[in-house]
Design a protein around this ligand. Structure first.
Ligand SMILES: *[C@@H]1O[C@H](CO)[C@@H](O)[C@H](O)[C@H]1NC(C)=O
Ligand SMILES: *[C@@H]1O[C@H](CO)[C@@H](O)[C@H](O)[C@H]1NC(C)=O
Ligand SMILES: *[C@@H]1O[C@H](CO)[C@@H](O)[C@H](O)[C@H]1NC(C)=O
Ligand SMILES: *[C@@H]1O[C@H](CO)[C@@H](O)[C@H](O)[C@H]1NC(C)=O
Ligand SMILES: *[C@@H]1O[C@H](CO)[C@@H](O)[C@H](O)[C@H]1NC(C)=O
Ligand SMILES: *[C@@H]1O[C@H](CO)[C@@H](O)[C@H](O)[C@H]1NC(C)=O
Ligand SMILES: *[C@@H]1O[C@H](CO)[C@@H](O)[C@H](O)[C@H]1NC(C)=O
Length: 580
């Protein structure tokens, strides 16, 4: 009796939720071609959610815990930062190589925490809440280290010792590595505010501060007030640093030009507004809420295109609406934000917005989608589904949900390639994700052939996606199509949690037979930012487009303005090649 009572207290005294024993492991690839007998919660959606979280275990840096589930991963960079007197071990590798990038990491964590605050029940039903906790803490505890005092934030640790870059396994990553930092003298408003938004959103999750609406709820078992308070303190310090840095407000690449190659930010108004809204949710402060409204106006945030690590505008009306629906004490007007959100969504559904459907049904934004086609579509689907409980009409509830479903189905295999774009979930899944540690190769010059077959299955990783014509070549060096990244998985987690809560039918891929992709695999080569030898007779390469834009600048002032605008659009969305 006494022993049982003590045992039941154990999870309470440990630092985090006890992980299941035996652990959840992604099902075998062939299991993904076996339909389930359905039911609720659907076992296939539950295991998909599990695989999507497992991806973050595969991306871990530092000393791996005794509960590590990835047999082919090793401890790595366990002294990161020590040469410069700061402990930066841990955290996640951002994408296909070994850099750690605070700006997209904070976006991914914000997205995951916001998603779990609203759809926590999905994690509970799938028995994935403990893994969610484990994953979030692995990221947040590192972000805490990256923020050693009020106005200092480490924004990047590159995949390189000097100017080179590294392609190989996790045991010989060159170190020590340089650290790039923002502070009062060299501020970065976007990176500081984006990280504040992540801390605040995650504080809300750990405090159980949902939107007091029956449609949304955080998982009760995550509640931990002391952790929530710690996160909130970091959020408030970083918000203050973002707003009032001694040297003013600036994009972070202005202070740290090194970050520009991979993750330049196009502005900081969106991060300021996002941070202010999650902080207002945390503290109930009307003043902080009003600051968010003032950023919306001051920084012209009403241009709504994609929602991603750089551009958060499109998520703002949804979050404004959630806050105002949940409480009238902020002094905002729910119906104003409802209309803004619905104008944006209605344009998407009627094919009138900046994004258009491709021939095989993917929401595609010229410029923003070119280097990772699935990400804008998944983020739009995620925002639409989140918004469904707030629609002004019953028809919109149905149409928004159906549109979001069409994008989720697309990603899960209902596309012209018959390919589910998540590694290891079905025999037709991508086999060559652009990932140095999964590939097993060490020679960047022979990235596609050394080794012929990828050494490890990077289970649960969402890849960049097919091209605008729906073609997917599955080539390792083709990073726009095959790279994986922390922020690519984030919206899919929330979408999978939603499906666990409300969908008794299997995800689309269980209906795909082995070999379906091989029958339709495209001939020839891609034409994109990584591979241009497939461009013969196709569209101009990026380089040619840019060269043309530059030539045009001599023609006249108006044209100069337009080209600059076009280049900015391209830069804004570009995830630059990680392999130079
Ligand atoms: C809450 O989180 C803190 C910080 O990680 C940890 O030390 C503490 O044990 C947790 N409390 C409970 C009740 O799980
Ligand atoms: C979750 O765990 C419960 C209790 O062990 C079990 O009955 C249920 O089948 C599990 N659900 C899933 C989706 O694994
Ligand atoms: C903040 O942390 C940085 C990095 O560790 C350090 O260089 C700096 O001196 C610290 N500043 C203060 C005010 O403690
Ligand atoms: C981890 O170490 C093992 C054994 O030394 C090695 O075979 C494996 O390739 C390493 N994993 C990675 C990702 O480099
Ligand atoms: C939640 O949102 C729905 C849809 O707008 C609304 O009808 C309902 O009253 C809200 N519920 C709560 C508890 O606030
Ligand atoms: C920024 O500074 C102003 C002027 O001192 C102050 O009123 C405001 O509260 C500060 N903002 C934050 C978020 O600390
Ligand atoms: C909210 O905005 C709507 C217009 O969308 C307006 O009709 C309504 O009066 C406003 N409500 C308040 C309380 O200001």
């Amino acid at each position: 009796m006494w022993a049982t009572a003590l045992l039941s207290l154990l999870p309470l005294v440990s630092a985090q939720l006890a992980l299941p024993n035996p652990p959840f492991l992604p099902p075998s690839i062939s299991d993904g071609a076996q339909p389930s007998s359905g039911g609720f919660p659907n076992p296939k959606w539950s295991s998909l959610l599990g695989s999507l979280i497992y991806f973050y275990d595969e991306q871990r840096s530092g000393t791996l815990p005794s509960t590590n589930r990835v047999p082919w991963r090793n401890d790595s960079l366990i002294l990161e930062g020590r040469d410069q007197g700061i402990d930066l071990t841990g955290g996640f590798y951002d994408a296909g190589d070994f850099s750690k990038d605070t700006f997209p990491l904070s976006f991914a964590l914000m997205s995951m925490c916001w998603g779990a605050t609203d759809f926590g029940k999905g994690y509970d039903l799938a028995n994935q809440t403990a893994y969610l906790d484990d994953t979030l803490r692995w990221g947040l505890d590192w972000l805490i280290k990256a923020h050693p005092n009020d106005s200092t934030l480490v924004v990047m640790i590159p995949n390189a010792d000097k100017d080179g870059s590294y392609w190989g396994g996790d045991r010989s990553i060159p170190s020590p590595r340089p650290l790039y930092i923002i502070n009062d003298q060299n501020p970065g408003t976007d990176a500081a505010a984006g990280t504040a938004a992540a801390f605040a959103a995650c504080s809300n999750l750990y405090a159980g501060r949902g939107f007091s609406n029956n449609s949304y709820s955080p998982p009760a078992s995550l509640k931990n007030d002391s952790y929530a308070d710690t996160l909130l303190t970091h959020a408030q310090q970083l918000y203050k640093f973002a707003v009032n840095a001694t040297n003013g407000r600036k994009t972070y690449q202005t202070s740290v030009p090194k970050v520009a190659a991979a993750y330049a930010s196009s502005g900081y108004g969106d991060e300021l507004a996002m941070a202010a809204l999650f902080l207002a949710q945390a503290t109930g402060s009307q003043e902080t809420y009003q600051e968010a409204e003032s950023y919306w106006t001051k920084y012209n945030l009403q241009d709504l295109r994609v929602f991603n690590w750089d551009s958060k505008n499109a998520g703002l009306p949804v979050l404004f609406a959630q806050l105002n629906q949940a409480s009238s004490s902020f002094g905002g007007n729910f119906s104003v934000w409802q209309k803004r959100a619905e104008d944006y969504f209605d344009d998407i559904l009627s094919n009138k917005g900046a994004g258009r459907l491709t021939d095989d049904g993917l929401l595609f934004y010229d410029g923003d989608s070119d280097d990772a086609t699935l990400n804008p579509a998944l983020n739009a689907a995620m925002l639409l589904e989140r918004y469904v409980p707030m629609t002004s009409t019953a028809e919109k509830k149905v149409s928004y949900h159906n549109f979001a479903n069409s994008q989720v189905d697309y990603v899960l295999g209902k596309n012209s390639m018959s390919m589910p774009y998540i590694v290891g979930i079905n025999p037709n899944s991508p086999k060559n994700p652009h990932s140095a540690m999964a590939s097993g190769g060490t020679d960047i010059g022979a990235i596609d052939t050394d080794p012929a077959e990828e050494a490890y299955v990077l289970a649960g990783a969402v890849v960049g996606g097919p091209d605008k014509r729906g073609r997917f070549f599955d080539i390792r060096s083709d990073w726009p199509q095959t790279e994986i990244a922390l922020d690519y998985n984030a919206p899919m987690l929330t979408l999978a949690a939603i499906h666990v809560m409300g969908d008794s039918k299997d995800p689309f891929y269980t209906s795909l037979a082995a070999g379906a992709y091989d029958k339709v695999k495209p001939k020839g080569r891609p034409c994109d930012s990584a591979i241009t030898d497939g461009c013969v007779g196709g569209r101009l390469s990026k380089k040619a487009t840019l060269a043309m834009a530059i030539t045009i600048t001599v023609i006249g002032l108006i044209v100069i303005g337009l080209s600059a605008w076009y280049i900015i659009l391209l830069m804004k969305s570009r995830r630059m090649g990680k392999i130079g």
